[in-house]
Design a protein around this ligand. Structure first.
Ligand SMILES: N[C@@H](CCC(=O)N[C@@H](CS)C(=O)NCC(=O)O)C(=O)O
Length: 220
């Protein structure tokens, strides 16, 4: 059997994650934007401690991209892999292309807010731990402070971004803001700039094709 036959027999790339997860949505959005035909494999049980349920990720985290017999762990790694393998080049602004402190801080804070969402949702909703613990109270306050920071500075940061088809910063911010609404984490009323940005970004076909939803396991 020749190498072409081996490659031809490889399964198409698959994104392993959850339709309700913002990190997963980020990579699904990039897959759509880059024209990558990826299957989707839902992780139904968030409490599973079997790495096989996370495509072999020892951290027991998603998303994971199965591609060419390998597993790529983590949203940013996966986005980079999808762009590298895209049939047509896309101009993407990556974190290392951010040239000023405000935009670099914005990227850091968007990642932070996404992680805080995971902390709050996993801790209080999945694990059922007390919401009034200082662990969650501090995370909630840090999240609101972060959103206020982004609300004030994001318009100038976005205006200063280089020419692009897509930036990781904008795509991640969109997934964050829509996720806050989807999970009803807090009122978005104090953040009109952020919700306005999400409304505009949400018109992209990639955003419309990746709406949040809860995956339902097949009936046995
Ligand atoms: N650094 C990881 C973080 C991914 C992450 O936190 N994913 C969440 C879902 S949105 C997860 O795996 N949650 C399950 C858990 O925390 O146990 C990435 O960038 O992909």
């Amino acid at each position: 059997m020749g190498i072409e036959d081996t490659v031809a027999k490889r399964p198409p790339p698959a994104i392993v994650g959850r339709s309700s997860s913002h990190f997963t949505r980020l990579v699904r959005l990039f897959a759509h934007e880059t024209g990558a035909a990826c299957r989707f494999e839902p992780v139904y049980d968030l409490a599973s401690v079997d790495p096989d349920d996370y495509a072999g990720n020892p951290a027991l985290k998603m998303p994971v991209l199965r591609i060419g017999g390998q597993a790529v762990f983590g949203a940013e790694n996966i986005c980079r892999t999808l762009v590298e393998q895209a049939p047509a080049p896309r101009r993407v602004v990556w974190p290392e292309d951010l040239r000023d402190v405000a935009s670099r801080n914005a990227q850091e804070l968007v990642w932070h807010a996404m992680q805080a969402q995971v902390q709050l949702a996993f801790g209080t909703q999945v694990a059922g731990l007390p919401v009034d613990s200082v662990y969650f109270a501090k995370a909630g306050l840090g999240l609101r402070n972060t959103l206020a920071w982004l609300e004030e500075r994001m318009p100038a940061v976005l205006a200063a971004l280089p020419a692009r088809d897509l930036s990781l910063l904008e795509a991640a911010l969109f997934c964050l803001v829509e996720h806050l609404a989807f999970r009803d984490t807090l009122s978005l009323a104090p953040y009109p700039q952020l919700t306005g940005f999400a409304r505009a970004f949400g018109a992209r076909p990639s955003a419309q094709a990746t709406a949040y939803a809860f995956d339902v396991p097949p009936a046995r």
